[in-house]
Ligand binder design. Sequence first.
Ligand SMILES: *[C@@H]1O[C@H](CO)[C@@H](O)[C@H](O)[C@H]1NC(C)=O
Ligand SMILES: *[C@@H]1O[C@H](CO)[C@@H](O)[C@H](O)[C@H]1NC(C)=O
Length: 303
Amino acid sequence: MALLPFVLLCGFADFTGSLSITTPEQMIEKAKGETAYLPCKFTLGPEDQGPLDIEWLLSPADNQKVDQVIILYSGDKIYDDYYQGLKGRVHFTSTDLKSGDASINVTSLQLSDIGTYQCKVKKAPGVGNKKIQLTVLVKPSGTRCYIDGSEEIGSDFKLKCEPREGSLPLRYEWQKLSNSQKLPTSWLPEMTSPVISVKNATTEYSGTYSCTVKNRVGSDQCLLRLDVVPPSNRAGTIAGAIVGILLALVLIGLIVFCCRKKRREEKYEKEVHHDIRVRCEYQLDLVLTLNTKSSKELCFLLT
Ligand SMILES: *[C@@H]1O[C@H](CO)[C@@H](O)[C@H](O)[C@H]1NC(C)=O
Ligand SMILES: *[C@@H]1O[C@H](CO)[C@@H](O)[C@H](O)[C@H]1NC(C)=O
């Protein structure tokens, strides 16, 4: 009879023992590379007298694989070398598991760690288990801000903000950092979008802007310098740049040409010189009917 209120209180609890896991089922989100703490605390009843066994299972998100044992506590020993995917990255956080803490840490999180983790505790006749969903997200990083189009007065162009990686959903926020520090009013509807479409640009738009990209686990930022200039200036600048690039190309071409020529010359110098000299001597001998010695000297000077 003394047991009756307890059973009523527990509602759906296990009737075969009073072991119960006190940590609620939950979803945990962490960034790639971080450590996930997966809690699993339990209480025992006086009738739970068997040996304590703790087992953590993982059913990976891709569903192709069956549940994998990832760490086990049995007969007062810890076994953690079951699952290659988590080798060396899963540990019990408590040094005294018998005290009712079966929580684990998974370190250096990877995207392949996404899945459902199940904590199973057994101390006969008591049994209990709890599931935790783990999601690993990638922080936004490598974000690039740039202008798509020409920054001329009266022209239309786009300001773009692109993170190299980052899990969805991503949130964007543009800010102006210089001058009035206020975004032009016509941009406000797009201040939380990855692209701002600028129409009929004016010099007042010039300044430094920042774009911040956020998701649930992190944020990243990039800066952009906008200089709205008259079209002629712009054309002049571009022409100047093109001339500069062309000159540089010509210079590089010349250097490459000379180097190659020099190398080729060095390589064949001996043979060629010898060849020329012999021909020269032969011709001179024929034409001038000089003696061989003087034609040799002349040819040496000529070549
Ligand atoms: C488990 O990870 C948490 C961070 O998520 C950390 O604070 C705690 O110290 C870690 N515990 C152990 C035993 O490594
Ligand atoms: C562009 O802006 C200028 C002054 O800011 C205005 O005079 C002109 O009418 C605008 N053009 C268009 C097409 O909106």
